[in-house]
Design a protein around this ligand. Structure first.
Ligand SMILES: *Cc1c(COP(=O)(O)O)cnc(C)c1O
Length: 396
């Protein structure tokens, strides 16, 4: 029997839970949407959220911010990146990552990725030795974690502060440790397509009180830093309060209110994403000309999206696969496209920075496809999608 066409929507997330809508309504009725606009004795939604996220993440400090990109930018500044400083990062990442480096005046030094879509740690060692960077900003792009122990060791050997971009790894683990807790700071996004949905938003987590005090002043705390939910003690602000600029990136009470109930759903949602990932992956794995990245035993990932590549081919063959899938109602992204579509993740489209030669990453991205797995898809949907992709690949 021929497979039916898939009719679901790849950008449709689940509705905001009723409890979160009720919380949002409560906040709206108070009129107090600014995080520091509090009634007597009130902690406020943003501070409550910071305390709850810090506890969930197992990090002493958490700062709620307007976006994941702002979390990265503030982390870089608070880590001491100065104009002109090189900053190491992955060649395969999303535009806000090089954008944040550029915004603080840093110079991105792109490190190759490997077949499994992780940072190439051998290339990192070469570039760390030459670049003179003080910061390694690892972007766990599409949720792929490299060997975190080796990364931590390399950073220690070359005197690099490690900052993690965890936009796709909220809740993911390496060898039992939560992503975000391996270096100086973890940066998270609560933008609609990530693991919690407030439209826009982000977190910065750390266990370094002086770093966090600098970041807090930069977030725009108007000297009201004692109203934070998981901030460092007041003595850490003695110098930062005069030395750090206000970059106005505070989260507001409305978005915090809709995030708090979602935090208690996160663990369950991770399990739901992973069932969906497995349902698609099991079918894609049957297609002889497709390859799924290998996922090591130490990695516990969150399958909120799936990547796979053609084992061999050229741009034409890749475009044909995209078209054959589109005919079947399956929306694939192809990372090899010369022109950015809808989002940019190709280093060649970031022309504000110095062009860099990344032959291995280019070769990998040339054959790489990507697909979102929103929780509005059922397991049956996911099995069908996997079968349709395999069928399209066989028809190439
Ligand atoms: C989404 C994303 C970010 C930043 O998120 P925003 O909240 O949109 O600024 C950073 N890195 C990666 C890899 C992302 O996918």
């Amino acid at each position: 029997m021929p497979l039916p066409r898939f009719t679901g929507n790849f950008t449709q997330q689940e509705p905001i839970p009723d409890e979160a809508i009720a919380a949002a309504t409560r906040v709206l009725k108070t009129g107090r949407l600014h995080r520091y606009n509090l009634a007597a004795g009130e902690m406020g939604e943003v501070a409550e959220l910071e305390a709850e996220y810090a506890a969930w993440q197992g990090a002493p400090y958490c700062l709620a911010l307007t976006s994941g990109g702002q979390a990265i930018q503030i982390a870089l500044r608070a880590a001491g990146v100065q104009p002109g400083d090189p900053v190491l990062t992955n060649a395969f990442t999303l535009a806000p990552v090089p954008g944040a480096i550029h915004a603080v005046g840093g110079k991105p030094v792109l490190v190759e990725i490997d077949q499994e879509l992780c940072l190439d740690l051998d290339d990192l060692e070469c570039k760390a030795a030459k670049a003179g960077a003080k910061v390694m900003l690892v972007s766990h792009m599409r949720g792929h974690l490299c060997d975190m122990q080796r990364l931590v060791d390399i950073c220690a050997a070359y005197g690099l502060e490690l900052i993690e971009d965890c936009a796709h790894t909220m809740g993911a683990r390496w060898d039992g440790g939560l992503s975000g807790n391996f270096g100086l700071a973890g940066c998270f996004s609560t933008q609609t397509y990530k693991h919690m949905n407030s439209g826009e938003g982000g977190f910065l987590t750390s266990s370094d009180p002086d770093f966090m005090a600098r970041a807090t002043i930069m977030s725009g705390s108007y000297m009201l830093f004692e109203r934070h939910g998981a901030g460092p003690s007041l003595e850490h602000f003695a110098d930062p309060r005069y030395e750090q600029p206000n970059c106005s990136a505070r989260l507001d009470a409305l978005r915090a209110a809709i995030l708090r109930p979602q935090l208690s759903l996160l663990e369950g949602n991770i399990a739901r994403w992973n069932e969906r990932y497995k349902a698609v992956a099991d079918e894609v794995a049957k297609a002889p000309n497709l390859r799924l990245p290998l996922r090591p035993n130490q990695e516990f990932f969150v399958g909120s999206s799936i990547q796979f590549s053609l084992r061999a081919g050229d741009a034409q063959r890749c475009q044909r696969l995209v078209a054959l899938c589109a005919d079947r109602g399956v929306e694939l992204k192809w990372f090899g496209h010369a022109e950015p579509h809808g989002f940019t993740s190709n280093h060649r489209s970031w022309r504000y920075m110095q062009a860099q030669e990344l032959p291995n990453s280019d070769a990998i991205l040339a054959l790489l496809f990507d697909m979102r797995l929103p929780l509005t898809f059922s397991l049956e949907d996911c099995r069908l999608i996997g079968k349709l992709i395999a069928e399209a690949a066989d028809a190439l």
